[in-house]
Design a protein around this ligand. Structure first.
Ligand code: ZN
Ligand code: ZN
Length: 208
């Protein structure tokens, strides 16, 4: 039976909900969340960081804090929510999530990472990966603004369709991502494939 990853839809022979690459990316994103949460604190006042404060022209007095950053920090509570959901699904006692927001975040991340071997076969793993991916991306746009928002060019896509035609679309590594994804044919190129990708690109460039 052919199985595909429910998150990136690439074939996954293991039959898990998440393929190895999506699992690796999710793990990496989770590990970066506490650092990002802390870094966001430095962007809370208007005019700090690269963001724009609110204009006070014709409106109420400028807000003392950037509400978008404040809201985004609040969204990190979702990580704790996911750990509670995992505990619930596994019929475990509710996780002990105490302390300040950063401490709870550390606890939630550690817990989710510990449950990862089970999460990859959980039907809700795709939703978890989507939400963590969105959170990571939102935080990255504030704490790690990429000067090249369209991402780094990684040459041309070398996936071959059923008729034997090479895709050839320009590949870009999106900010905050570790897997290159082709916008045209949706082929995923995780880092482990880049050496081969480069070899194929060179081969096809010299053949052209
Ligand atoms: Zn996947
Ligand atoms: Zn492609």
């Amino acid at each position: 039976m052919d199985t595909t990853c429910t998150h990136c839809h690439t074939p996954d022979p293991t039959g898990s909900t998440l393929c190895v690459h999506c699992t690796t990316r999710l793990t990496g994103q989770l590990q970066q969340l506490p650092r990002m949460y802390e870094a966001l604190a430095g962007h809370l006042s208007p005019g700090s960081g690269s963001g724009q404060g609110r204009s006070s022209k014709g409106g109420p007095a400028p807000l003392p804090l950037r509400v978008d950053v404040l809201d985004l920090r609040g969204e990190f509570e979702a990580v704790s929510g996911w750990l509670s959901a995992v505990h619930d699904a596994r019929h475990l006692r509710a996780p002990r999530l105490a302390g300040d927001a950063l401490t709870r975040l550390h606890t939630a991340v550690t817990g989710l990472l510990a449950h990862m071997p089970w999460i990859v076969i959980w039907p809700y793993a795709h939703d978890l990966a989507t939400e963590i991916g969105d959170l990571h991306r939102s935080a990255a746009t504030i704490v790690d603004p990429d000067p090249r928002p369209r991402g780094r060019r990684i040459g041309h896509c070398q996936s071959i369709d059923t008729s034997g035609t090479i895709c050839g679309a320009v590949l870009r590594l999106a900010p905050g991502e570790t897997v290159v994804r082709c916008d045209w044919c949706s082929m995923a190129w995780p880092p482990a494939t880049w050496v081969q990708l480069r070899a194929w690109q060179a081969e096809n460039a010299s053949a052209a």
